[in-house]
Design a protein around this ligand. Structure first.
Ligand code: FAD
Length: 423
């Protein structure tokens, strides 16, 4: 589903919500009722934004394929904040109104249900923003965050008991409740389907001191080079959490593969995986692929382990005998971080249009390009930016800086694509 269509649907639902609210009003903007009306506008708006949060993390393929999961997760965070803002102010305004009108809050059971759900959302949102500072593991925070699926039905109970039966808002709530349960069922069905079709590890290969590739055999699925998977490993009877990794193999290869670099709890255990271990693969996701933007000459800009989607794309181009010019810039601290070096050298012989430029920031005796990979350096190496399609993948800070610099060098934003390795 194209992003524009999703934006249009969101806008239409917002307009419908405001319309439903307005039709239920008997305006009295000068009495205290205006507090109540405003509060009753903030409630449905907040609920709508919170509902969309679930849509954005649902991984529904038809939406994701035009959007990219990283962007959906970003929207999830933004919509969550806006939703919380609205429902918090809904609560504050209604308290003021009730106090002004009746001298007390007059809370019924369903009001307390709403307040409790709101507090729950505040806690899960607060943890999402601060888990790193609090020193919480990603998995701990993520599992607490899943409580939002339990909180939402309580919000629905709160609103159903405070909405006039048969009003437009009432039907809107019914519609959202049905969609919410459809999303939950979709996710559960997807998990069940993945569990039913396990893959098997057929090779564990060391690529560099701290980088390992795992190769999998199992039910084939089609994907575009550059896309990623969520993987859970079942080792010694222990099932890992799902982690996202680029599929480093080309779709033309016999086996699917991932190439994790050791970073934290999970990636440090990749080397302990054994041939015959099981893997549950949920794929493919992402829109970062030359096949989605097959217009100009590709320029790949990788930082460190951000090379993996480009390996998938280059392997695919080699196997499909692409005859386009393609340039790879790969930034690393020093050559100890390199992997796939021999394969890249061989690819340059096999694909005459392919040039790999390896840039080291922290190795004075490196015979190639030295320094930090920056926009002007990229421009120096290319004859011009005309007709080029830029793809960037690396540490988020480096990717964002490179994107900004390319824009400053007059590369149109529509010709810059990125994968951030963070959801
Ligand atoms: C689209 C995408 C593609 C990726 N491809 C690769 C790749 O090809 N090679 C590679 O080395 N790394 C890749 N990563 C990064 C990889 O997912 C993380 O390095 C890994 O999950 C870290 O887990 P950990 O427990 O070892 O580290 P931790 O120290 O627990 O986590 C480090 C950071 O990784 C992220 N992270 C941790 N666990 C998860 C999880 N379960 N789900 C989502 N994010 C998590 C969080 O931002 C966390 O702060 C990719 C990430 C994304 C989003």
């Amino acid at each position: 589903m194209k992003m524009r269509l999703v934006v249009l649907i969101i806008a239409a639902m917002l307009v419908f919500t405001i319309y439903s609210w307005a039709t239920a009003l008997d305006f009295d903007l000068f009495g205290q009722l205006y507090l109540r009306y405003l509060s009753l506008l903030f409630a449905p708006l907040g609920l709508l934004f919170i509902f969309f949060q679930f849509v954005f993390v649902s991984r529904i393929k038809t939406i994701e394929s035009g959007f990219g999961l990283d962007r959906m997760f970003r929207w999830h965070r933004i919509f969550g904040r806006i939703g919380l803002f609205f429902v918090t102010f809904h609560m504050i305004l209604i308290v003021f109104y009730r106090f002004g009108a009746y001298g007390e809050i007059l809370a019924d059971t369903f009001i307390w249900v709403g307040i409790a759900a709101l507090l729950g959302f505040m806690i899960t949102a607060g943890l999402a923003a601060t888990y790193k500072k609090l020193g919480l593991a990603y998995e701990v925070w993520r599992n607490i965050h899943l409580a939002n699926y339990l909180l939402f039905p309580f919000v629905m109970i709160h609103v159903f008991f405070h909405t006039q039966t048969g009003s437009l808002l009432y039907y809107l709530w019914l519609f959202l409740a049905v969609l919410f349960f459809a999303i939950v069922i979709y996710r559960l069905a997807r998990i069940a389907a993945v569990r039913k079709n396990p893959h098997e590890v057929v090779e564990v290969r060391q690529e560099a001191e701290d980088i390992w590739s795992l190769f999998f055999d199992g039910p084939r699925f089609s994907y575009k080079p550059g896309q990623f998977m969520f993987i859970q490993l079942l080792r010694d009877g222990i099932l890992s959490e799902p982690h996202p990794f680029t599929i480093s193999a080309s779709p033309t290869a016999e086996y699917r593969s991932i190439t994790p670099k050791q970073l934290g709890d999970f990636t440090k255990t990749i080397k302990d995986t054994k041939v015959g271990d099981r893997a549950f693969i949920d794929a493919p996701y992402g829109v970062f692929s030359i096949l989605n933007y097959d217009r100009g000459e590709p320029v790949f800009i990788a930082g460190g382990i951000g090379i993996t989607p480009f390996m998938s794309m280059l392997r695919y181009m080699r196997d499909q005998k692409f005859d386009k010019k393609v340039t790879l810039f790969w930034a690393n601290r020093n050559e100890k971080s390199l992997c796939f070096q021999d394969e890249l050298e061989k690819m340059q012989e096999e694909m005459p249009g392919f040039r790999a430029i390896l840039v080291m920031s922290d190795q004075p005796d490196w015979p190639g390009v030295k320094g930090h990979l920056r926009g002007p350096m990229i421009l120096d190496q290319l004859e011009s930016i005309e007709g080029k399609e830029f793809f960037i993948c690396g540490p988020p800070a480096m990717s964002r800086a490179t994107m900004t610099e390319l824009k400053q060098l007059n590369v149109p934003p529509s010709r810059i694509h990125s994968e951030l390795f963070e959801l």
